[in-house]
Ligand binder design. Structure first.
Ligand code: 2B7
Length: 672
């Protein structure tokens, strides 16, 4: 039988109800936590972005309503409303109430589906997980609408009213029995929309927050935000390099190949790290894939060829390595193809082998052309890459000598490390403590069976601006690396890790925050695996000790202080804050009288440093697994973190931002 030329509603092949989605929501949206909640918005918006990529829509409006719902409107063609011949239902209803309802509608065969792995099933999944959903379609001057409850149609598609608009509007009220939380974060949504609008030139995504009560974090944003980047990927690269010192303007090119569209933006910076992000059909391919391999191969080849031809590399010189040409490189690679295959652990690796050649050829051709036409910028880039090569050779020599001297090998544990007696890494903890006095308290207060203490003196080196060779010359860092037991760089061996909990314990003041940031940078840059494995923690010493008579409690936040005071029956405003511990209660009449007078107020001691706590207090409040609060450091969003780390630690003096994603872990006895 001949294949039908045009697609219509009868193209939908497998129809399935939505029950499985409600039974196992995680299978469809990843999780039912706050991420899953936001995923719902992405699914709907993705369909609108597809309509834009097909060239039929240029504006998408997302609204957070005060009743907890979200609406998304586009000015595309409107989801078709014609009746499916076999199912006898409007296409719109099929799209929203059945699984696997992919395919094309309305006789359009211009390669409509170019996005996502889900083939447009997203909207029905969101419908299934919503208490209520309302769809409006504006087509041919008419307004069509229909509503659903938990994925079930409430009334037949209704034609009501006239309009001059074209497009689709979908509003949904996420189901509180499915999701752990119903609070949307404008901040989270904006990150995603910014990324999408960079990748789709000419599109405007507007976000409007109409909620009366907004999450604290969202109050920093205006209620209306419009993302519209005419510059597309080049503007994206500029954004990623905002806090870095860049070399020349972003280089940008695109080409339509037989295998799909290839678009690349790149710019070198004076930083040491590379930052290359890749997308396939607007999906962030976190695990990379063939398009990325093609890009890397082409960069190395093209830069070496140019350097040879221009005499920057002499005959005797070795080629620049892949690492050399990627140092300080920021790039965004975006490909669009007909049938993307996503592989890998998180289905975020592009598996289409033909994209390697496609990207490689485009980059070889266009980058070579660009370098020819911009000799000054080219010279600067080659200069940066050769510097990286020289540094690499120097670092290797330095590392070889470090290794030869055995500084990182063998059992030469640093003298100031107070090790624990257990040799089972899974139960061992190491506390990296700022300063000798706090280190002393920690050594006395710890449980020496499984807790090791490593005091660090003064500021450690700022690794963002240092290279491996200089880092290894720094004694504080060397001690830490030796203590962890895993080596660094090419000799890194994670199986030798001696502690499965690495705890940064610094003061709750500015200096403490600085040292913590330096340590986090060290881990982020050189031991990201440890963060990924969940081994890195930040200790949370209390901010206050509050005592009233015999009642003594610790507060870890200001809010907690207030609530403890209320709980003790004292007016927070009546209580004095001191920086000293109150003397123990005195015996005898005089003491009794004093105690009575004090009954109405509490003593609040503010801890400035860890050193102010005696060993017992430090154990009880910060180190005892039964009581302590520790934050586990996560790599929520490596891209954001990278930018933020550069922002905080790079050579430029930038706006300070909230710097790392952490979340409370093992919060126990918060109210003691
Ligand atoms: C596979 C499904 C999901 N679809 C169309 C056409 C336009 C269209 C959509 C959409 C989200 C919130 C407002 C095609 C594709 C269904 O088939 S989905 N616009 N917008 C959207 O979901 N926005 C379409 C061919 C001819 N006419 C319309």
């Amino acid at each position: 039988m001949a294949k039908k030329e045009s697609y219509s509603a009868d193209q939908i092949q497998v129809l399935e109800g939505l029950e499985p989605v409600r039974k196992r929501p995680g299978m469809y949206i990843g999780s039912t936590d706050v991420r899953g909640l936001h995923h719902c918005v992405y699914e709907i918006v993705d369909n609108a972005v597809d309509e834009a990529m097909a060239g039929h829509c240029d504006t998408i409006t997302v609204k957070l309503h005060d009743d907890g719902s979200v609406s998304v409107e586009d000015n595309g063609r409107g989801i078709p409303v014609d009746i499916h011949p076999k199912k006898k239902l409007p296409a719109l209803e099929i799209v929203l109430t059945t699984l696997h309802a992919g395919g094309k509608f309305g006789g359009d065969d211009s390669g409509y589906k170019v996005s996502g792995g889900l083939h447009g099933v997203g909207s029905s999944v969101v419908n299934a997980l919503s208490d209520k959903m309302r769809a409006e379609v504006y087509r041919d001057g008419e307004i069509h609408h229909q509503e659903y409850k938990r994925g079930k149609t409430q009334y037949a598609l209704k034609k009501e009213g006239k309009t001059k608009k074209n497009g689709t509007k979908i509003q949904f009220w996420p189901d509180g029995t499915i999701f752990d939380t119903l609070e949307f974060s404008m901040t989270t949504l904006m990150t995603r929309f910014r990324q999408q609008s960079y990748l789709t030139r000419g599109i405007t995504i507007a976000v409007l927050d109409e909620r009366k009560e907004r999450p604290e974090d969202d109050k920093q944003h205006p209620r209306l935000y419009r993302f519209s980047f005419e510059g597309g990927i080049a503007a994206y690269v500029r954004h990623l390099n905002e806090s870095k010192e860049s070399i020349g303007t972003p280089i940008w090119f695109e080409k339509d190949t037989d295998d799909g569209m290839v678009e690349v933006g790149l710019q070198y910076t004076q930083a040491f790290q590379e930052h290359v992000v890749s997308f396939a059909n607007n999906i962030h391919t976190v695990e990379g894939g063939h398009h990325l391999s093609g890009f890397k191969a082409a960069i190395t080849r093209t830069i070496n060829a140019y350097a040879r031809k221009g005499g920057f590399l002499k005959e005797k010189d070795e080629n620049l390595t892949a690492d050399d040409v990627r140092e300080g490189l920021t790039a965004v690679i975006s490909v669009r193809l007909k049938e993307p295959q996503f592989e890998g652990q998180t289905k975020s690796k592009l598996g289409n082998a033909e994209m390697k050649t496609a990207v490689e050829q485009v980059v070889n051709e266009k980058l070579a052309e660009y370098l020819e036409e911009h000799p000054n910028q080219a010279k600067e880039i080659i200069g940066k890459c050769s510097l990286a090569a020289r540094a690499r050779l120097a670092a290797r020599a330095a590392r070889d000598s470090v290794i030869r001297k055995g500084a990182l090998e063998g059992m030469t544990l640093p003298g100031k490390l107070a090790d624990c007696s257990s040799r089972d890494p899974s139960e061992c903890e190491i506390f990296i403590v700022e300063g000798d006095s706090a280190g002393g308290s920690a050594k006395q207060g710890r449980n020496r069976n499984f807790q090791a203490i490593l005091p660090l003196r003064g500021k450690i080196l700022n690794v963002e601006q240092a290279r491996l060779d200089r880092m290894l010359a720094n004694n504080e860092i060397k001690s830490l690396i030796i203590a962890m037991g895993i080596g660094i760089g090419e000799i890194k061996d994670l199986s030798k890790l001696r502690y499965h909990r690495i705890v940064i314990m610094t003061d709750a003041d500015v200096d403490g925050a600085h040292i913590r940031t330096l340590l986090l940078t060290l881990f982020y840059r050189y031991f990201p695996e440890l963060i990924e494995a969940g081994y890195l923690y930040i200790a949370q010493p209390p901010l206050y000790k509050i005592s009233k008579g015999k009642d003594q409690r610790y507060a870890y936040t200001d809010e907690q202080k207030e609530s403890i005071l209320t709980d003790m029956g004292v007016n927070p405003n009546d209580s004095a804050e001191t920086e000293e511990d109150e003397p123990e209660e005195e015996e005898g009449e005089e003491g009794e009288a004093k105690t009575k007078k004090k009954a109405a107020r509490a003593n609040i001691q503010r801890y400035k440093g860890l050193g102010e706590m005696n060993p017992d207090q430090l154990w009880e409040t910060t180190m005892d697994p039964e009581n302590r609060i520790m934050l586990r450091v996560t790599m929520e969003d490596v891209e954001a973190a990278d930018n933020v780390f550069s922002t905080l630690m790079g050579p430029e003096v930038p706006p300070r931002k909230k710097f790392i994603q952490t979340h409370a872990k093992g919060v126990k006895n918060l109210d003691i």
